[in-house]
Design a protein around this ligand. Sequence first.
Ligand SMILES: [Cu+2]
Length: 69
Amino acid sequence: METVYVVKGMTCGHCAGSVTQELTALPGVENVDVALDTGRVTVTSAAALTEEQVREAVDEAGYELVGTA
Ligand SMILES: [Cu+2]
């Protein structure tokens, strides 16, 4: 399944890389795609993630989860 999240504070490829790395580490995540211009992060996962899981991962990377798009 594919879920689109909005993340605040990412400005460059390094930011995108940090968020991608943290989200990829979550169980069942198969792909993470970051659109820097919109702050939208598309997560492809085998099973649904909780918003709490995603929030913690984004926070770990140093950014803020606004919510789902
Ligand atoms: Cu950056």
